[in-house]
Design a protein around this ligand. Structure first.
Ligand SMILES: [Zn+2]
Ligand SMILES: [Zn+2]
Length: 404
């Protein structure tokens, strides 16, 4: 794709983008984010059937007002709520009034995916609903379409892949890196990494795809537990180093003898950050990518629509223009040169940003999710790829359209 390089043409493309209606603009430049199938036939907030007599059907439970029964259902997990709904007609109506209906409509596959992930923690119905209602990634604060099942929070795919706090370790690695005794580790719910062998969690290898899998422990949760026990990251690090210098337990030998786990890696996990890293930190070489770890995180995530209100979905989009910009010569051949000042200005990237920071900003933009308004503003102010697409589309529809 040829990108606009002349200020006059860019100005024209910008004025086209500004005069264009949002539907056409989105049609040219945006990809709607894929979400799980939604059952739009389910009606939320349907009133109770007036013919059903509440007193006769629920035994002793009929002494509770409906609000309290609903509150009880909200605190059950989905499977228990469904069991309760099958008790009789009245129970079915109570469950139908609860957030179970909300989940059935917007993320019907969520309970099944939770079961498949073998996450021991049972999430209550209200927790699933809150996750679907949330909008922003817990790590970077951007709009996100994926829910990380382990913590039942929104987390974008990029953050799951790149931030060490979202990765997982095996039991031996968890013990060694966080100095947690076995009884403390038992309090952290592990998740099951399907198709991964214990050694493959660190060694990024195609081996182990044919085996059943292993239990792994999310670093974010482990770190929280270790902080409770030791009080500070420095104390965790000191305790972990003491364990490593005086190995008595053969389980630590797995970490000690593995060629892929250097002192460097363990330091990284001990000091796993909860706040997002800047691109410069992330690619400085200090935080090496370990794709096997990120694949565990990704394997336990689902796409779910963002539904801030009971009936209204917030549609989000990825920018095709930013994907196209990945074919810009400065991205394809970064060694040949970086973005010039003019292009950085068009991309709304601060002039003080280094070539490296500019490069990674451009590489990350295709993964950002935006609302309709956010998308329109993005194209009009900072998306050279999107402007090029609009300009070319208009040029193809006739010379008059480009203003020549
Ligand atoms: Zn994120
Ligand atoms: Zn864009």
């Amino acid at each position: 794709m040829q990108f606009l390089s002349d200020p006059v043409t860019v100005a024209k493309a910008k004025s086209m983008a500004k005069s264009m209606d949002p539907v056409t603009l989105l049609h040219i430049t945006a990809t709607p984010e894929y979400a799980e199938p939604i059952d739009r036939t389910v009606e939320i907030g349907k009133p109770l059937d007036p013919d059903i007599r509440f007193e006769n059907d629920l035994g002793n439970l009929n002494r509770f007002p409906l609000e309290i029964l609903l509150e009880i259902v909200e605190h059950l997990d989905v499977a228990s709520a469904m069991d309760f709904s099958m008790a009789n007609r009245m129970a079915r109506h109570v469950v139908a009034r609860s957030s179970v209906t909300f989940i059935k409509k917007w993320a019907p596959k969520l309970p099944r995916d939770l079961w498949l992930a073998r996450i021991p923690r049972r999430f209550a119905v209200w927790e699933l609903k809150e996750a679907i209602r949330s909008k922003h990634c817990i790590s970077c604060g951007q709009l996100a379409c994926s829910i990380w099942l382990v913590e039942m929070v929104r987390c974008c795919v990029q953050c799951m892949q790149h931030f060490p706090a979202n990765w997982c370790l095996t039991k031996a690695q968890t013990t060694a890196a966080f100095a947690l005794p076995l009884d403390e580790i038992a309090k952290i719910g592990p998740i099951f990494a399907i198709g991964m062998r214990e050694e493959d969690v660190i060694v990024n290898s195609s081996r182990g795809k044919d085996v059943l899998g292993c239990w792994v422990y999310p670093i974010r949760r482990t770190l929280a537990r270790a902080m409770e026990l030791y009080g500070s990251r420095e104390a965790i690090k000191t305790a972990a180093q003491q364990i490593r210098t005086g190995i008595q337990d053969p389980r630590f030998a797995v970490v000690q003898n593995s060629v892929s786990v250097s002192e460097f890696d363990c330091d990284k996990f001990r000091a796993a950050r909860l706040e997002p890293l800047t691109p410069a930190q992330l690619y400085s070489g200090e935080f090496r990518h370990v794709w096997a770890l990120s694949s565990i995180a990704n394997g336990n995530a689902i796409c779910a629509p963002i539904v801030p209100h009971a009936q209204k979905q917030l549609f989000i989009y990825a920018c095709r223009g930013c994907v196209a910009l990945l074919r810009h010569p400065s991205v394809v051949h970064p060694h040949l040169g970086s973005f010039d000042d003019e292009t950085k200005r068009w991309l709304n990237i601060d002039q003080s940003r280094t070539a490296n920071e500019t490069y990674f900003e451009v590489c990350w933009r295709p993964y950002r999710m935006r609302s309709i308004d956010g998308m329109v503003e993005h194209i009009q102010t900072e998306c050279l790829g999107g402007l090029s697409m609009i300009y070319k589309k208009r040029a193809a529809s006739g010379p008059d359209a480009t203003g020549f």
